[in-house]
Design a protein around this ligand. Structure first.
Ligand code: IVH
Length: 671
């Protein structure tokens, strides 16, 4: 292999810098200085040199955006500071309530409060970690505490710098923002998918999220993704005192910041910004679903603190949902995983906020009656962010008299079993324990990501398996043989083997995935984690009474009852037994940590410790059975006070919470 001389090394360095710079001009600033041909020439020269001297390839080289091979699965990443969500307000009075609380709790004069206002992007929240200016890890928000490592995929997004611009770079920088896809790119992508017979994305947000969570970075790189920054996580080696400066600092480092961020001196300016942004909404190339208002000064943010999972210093003022008129062609009933019957309006397709809608939920019978929705009616349809489109109201002036009333069926449209409406509930349910609709939905949940994660077992496949009576419940999947597979349409040797492999690979789930997979009503992924952590095994979980369950922080009586019911239903117990027989390992996590002086106590850390980093201290506390909270409240047991403590120390004194210094903390933990 040829040895590079200094000239080559310098040229490579120069090319990397030039390409990154032109990349930045083109993607971030939208104002290129050179032609595509010139850009390609630089890029090809770099490729050529790197091919000759592969030892000179560095991870921040622009050629490394799509170099990686597909992953088997995503690793998880723990955010060093939790990624919080936002409280919502939907009207001016609600926003003013927020403002009043800010005034009250911060105790400062109204004219001292400034707000940064920003669009609320409708995409996927992510965090990027830069060490000494080089992009090192990128992750999704996940549940706010733990996300997925999607570094390879984020590297393919051109608005994400691989190396920060500027001479003096922070030792560590965590950047937060939203990955989005433009409305017109979303349309193009869906048209392409339609042509290829692939399932369509429901909206740009799903398209962005689906593209980032791809195991093969080549697929991500083919999607026109963009990233807007809206804040920082941990920062070391740069001091910042307010939000406005920090997002503009990010801009200087090469990130894309929305051109619509503004700093407001008073609430009137915030209100005018809302009006302006609402008018601008449809003209923006990407979807936004409101604005975000943030108290600007970091000292005030600290003082206001946060409440469970959202800060008291910020609020999302959401825009009203987008509405359109269309006609109801029919009303059908769909049967869900829990047997719930939902009336669904089949519509003449209509575009609502850039997305085609052909179905809308009518929720339940009472809703249909209350709104007096009939087949043939012209109705107002609304789409609001996440939610499935819904029918808001009937345009009664369009009634012709030919409309037909909808009747809730008394037999399940899928299995013919009796339909019941339990007392005090609004929902009708199918009583058939072997209802194929319920089985199919349960199976689809069971095999999905985060549950047993059986790659390749799509809904169509499961549907056929149930219709052909090859499987009747989740456990039957583990008894499938190749002959059974070959009974499916369009099945080949290779595919059958792959599917059997995917099933086999799922026999060793984590406890959290297994609990989630069971599909216990009201238990989503987050709660599955809470249950796994507290009860350590399925067998132990199954033994708990409703009272025991409600002892767990985060578990209320309704969830506790549904967990209890699940494990006292003989049908479910049979499935659990069968799963074990089918070779599924039921993990048993290490026994509960023995009682320590920290067990069950809530800690808040403030200031720097000499012997531990904040993460290390957190880990020690959690491992010894304690809990960490980011703000001081009456429920806090101890505040550990290090060097240069922040306002949390004052809060502790004010509320009379016990404080301890580093020495005392070491003594308590025996470290
Ligand atoms: S700030 C503590 N700013 O909204 C503040 N979030 O409900 C946390 N989002 O997960 C976030 N645009 O995905 C912030 N300009 C913006 C945003 C924004 C969109 C999303 C973000 C987050 C969710 C919070």
């Amino acid at each position: 292999m040829p040895k590079p001389d200094k000239k080559v090394i310098d040229r490579i360095q120069e090319l990397k810098e030039q390409i990154s710079y032109h990349n930045y001009l083109y993607y971030v600033l939208d104002s290129p200085e050179i032609s595509d041909v010139e850009y390609d020439r630089l890029f090809d020269e770099l490729l050529e040199l790197e091919k000759k001297y592969p030892e000179l390839i560095t991870p921040d080289s622009p050629t490394q955006r799509v170099g990686a091979t597909p992953l088997e699965e995503f690793k998880t990443v723990r955010h060093s500071l939790p990624m919080l969500s936002l409280n919502k307000s939907t009207s001016e009075p609600e926003f003013l309530d927020f403002h009043r609380r800010v005034l009250e709790l911060s105790g400062v004069e109204e004219k001292k409060i400034k707000y940064t206002v920003e669009p609320k992007f409708d995409g996927l929240a992510i965090e990027l970690v830069y060490r000494k200016g080089i992009f090192s890890i990128g992750s999704t928000r996940g549940d706010g505490v733990v996300g997925e490592d999607v570094t390879q995929n984020l590297k393919t997004i051109k608005t994400i710098p691989l190396k920060l611009l500027g001479k003096t770079l922070p030792e560590l920088l965590e950047v937060r923002g939203e990955v989005i896809i433009n409305k017109d790119d979303f349309e193009k992508l869906n048209k392409q998918r339609e042509k290829m017979g692939e399932p369509l994305f429901a909206n740009p947000r799903n398209a962005a999220a689906g593209s980032v969570r791809q195991l093969d970075p080549k697929i991500t790189s083919s999607r026109p993704l963009n990233m807007f920054v809206y804040g920082t996580g941990r920062v070391e080696g740069k001091s910042l005192s307010n939000h406005w400066d920090s997002i503009h600092y990010l801009k200087e480092l090469g990130f894309k910041l929305s051109q619509w961020v503004e700093l407001c001196d008073n609430v009137d300016q915030v209100k005018s910004y809302y009006d302006k942004l609402l008018k601008l909404r449809s003209a923006l190339p990407y979807e936004i679903d409101g604005m975000v208002i943030k108290v600007n000064e970091f000292v005030l943010q600290e003082k206001l603190g946060e409440l469970s999972r959202s800060p008291r210093w910020a609020v999302a003022w959401k825009f009203p949902a987008q509405q359109e008129n269309t006609k109801i062609k029919d009303i059908i009933v769909s049967v869900g995983r829990t047997g719930a019957l939902t009336p669904v309006a089949i519509l003449e397709p209509v575009r609502v906020g850039g997305v085609e809608v052909s179905r809308a939920t009518l929720h339940n019978e009472d809703e249909v009656k209350k709104k007096d929705v009939r087949i043939g009616d012209t109705v107002v349809i609304q789409r609001a962010g996440d939610v499935i489109p819904e029918v808001v109201s009937v345009v009664s002036s369009k009634r012709t008299g030919k409309e037909r009333k909808f009747l809730m069926p008394d037999k399940c449209p899928v299995c013919g079993s009796k339909v019941e409406r339990p007392e005090g509930e609004a929902i009708h349910r199918c009583t058939g324990i072997a209802c194929p609709a319920q089985i199919k939905e349960n199976l689809a949940h069971f095999v999905s990501k985060g549950a047993m994660d059986m790659d390749g077992l799509g809904y169509k496949f499961l549907e056929q398996m149930v219709d052909k009576k090859i499987i009747q419940d989740q456990a039957d999947l583990y008894f499938l043989k190749k002959e059974d597979m070959m009974k499916m349409d369009r099945m080949g040797d290779k595919l059958a083997e792959n599917l059997l492999n995917a099933i086999d690979k799922s026999r060793n789930p984590s406890l959290i995935n297994l609990i989630y997979a069971l599909g216990i009503r009201n238990v989503g992924y987050h709660l599955a984690g809470v249950l796994a952590k507290n009860f350590k095994s399925i067998d132990n979980l199954a033994k708990q009474t409703v009272d025991d369950l409600t002892q767990v922080y985060e578990i209320g009586p309704i969830v506790a009852q549904s967990i209890y019911n699940f494990f006292h239903n003989p049908k479910n117990l049979k499935v659990l037994e069968k799963l074990k027989k089918g070779g599924v390992k039921f993990p048993v996590e290490k026994a509960k940590i023995k009682e320590t002086p920290l067990s069950g106590k809530t800690f808040v850390l403030t200031g720097g410790l000499d012997s531990f980093t904040r993460e290390e201290a957190t880990k020690i506390i959690e491992e010894m059975g304690g809990r960490i909270s980011s703000s001081v409240s009456k429920k806090t047991d101890f505040v550990v006070v290090g060097k240069y403590p922040g306002s949390k120390y004052d809060d502790a004194l004010r509320l009379g919470i016990k404080t301890m210094n580093e020495e005392e903390f070491k003594k308590m933990t025996g470290k």
